[in-house]
Design a protein around this ligand. Structure first.
Ligand code: PRP
Ligand code: MN
Ligand code: MG
Length: 181
């Protein structure tokens, strides 16, 4: 069936709340990066929706590039093992880089990514993540732009998946335990 409402416990963040928050983050980013050419690095696949909305909201000259890494596969637990599935097309030497992520869960993906991108000689690397789970974080990271701190529930929608499903939901919702248990 195409109706997935039975797979959700509740909507956590509505489409309207997401867009209001992205506009707020965009205003801060514009102020902080005024006069600079920013390279937005989206982390596939979860960040596609945030990237599409944030990039269009920003009144700044930006370019976009993408990296595909994976630490989850189809499990609900982070493995901590990060694989590069697709590398950037751009050189980072001297660039002003802003990583765009949908969620920081354990922080393991981002921790690895920050180390990897910083080793390429950029002028700066900062992070914009729509969601963060403070109770799940295993590595403390300095994240400049965070949309929402959320409880340690399995969330889906707006790019976030469970076993590659639900990315196209407009809201962010809590996945019902019966789906994954
Ligand atoms: C998810 C999410 C983040 C990462 C966060 O990606 O999009 O990139 O996990 O988890 P962590 O903080 O515990 O490392 P995933 O590996 O599921 O790939 P996807 O973006 O293709 O869904
Ligand atoms: Mn991801
Ligand atoms: Mg995923």
């Amino acid at each position: 069936s195409s109706d997935v409402s039975g797979d959700l416990t509740n909507v956590l963040i509505t489409e309207a709340e997401i867009h209001a928050k992205i506009a707020e983050l965009a205003r801060r980013i514009e102020a902080d990066y005024a006069g600079q050419d920013v390279l937005l690095v989206g982390v596939l696949k979860g960040a596609v929706m945030v990237m599409a909305d944030l990039a269009r909201e920003l009144r700044l000259p930006i370019t976009m590039d993408w990296m595909a890494v994976s630490s989850y596969g189809t499990s609900t637990q982070s493995s901590g093992v990060v694989r590069i599935l697709k590398d950037l097309d751009s050189e980072l030497e001297g660039r002003t880089v802003l990583i765009v992520e949908d969620i920081i869960d354990s922080g393991l993906t981002l921790s690895w990514l920050l180390g990897n991108l910083r080793s390429r000689g950029p002028a700066s690397v900062e992070v914009c993540a729509l969601l963060r789970k403070p109770d799940a974080v295993r590595i403390e990271l300095d994240v400049k732009y965070v949309g929402f701190d959320i409880p340690n529930d399995f969330v889906i929608g707006y790019g976030l998946d469970y076993a590659e499903k639900y990315r196209n939901l407009k809201d962010i919702a809590v996945l019902a335990p019966h789906v994954y248990s």
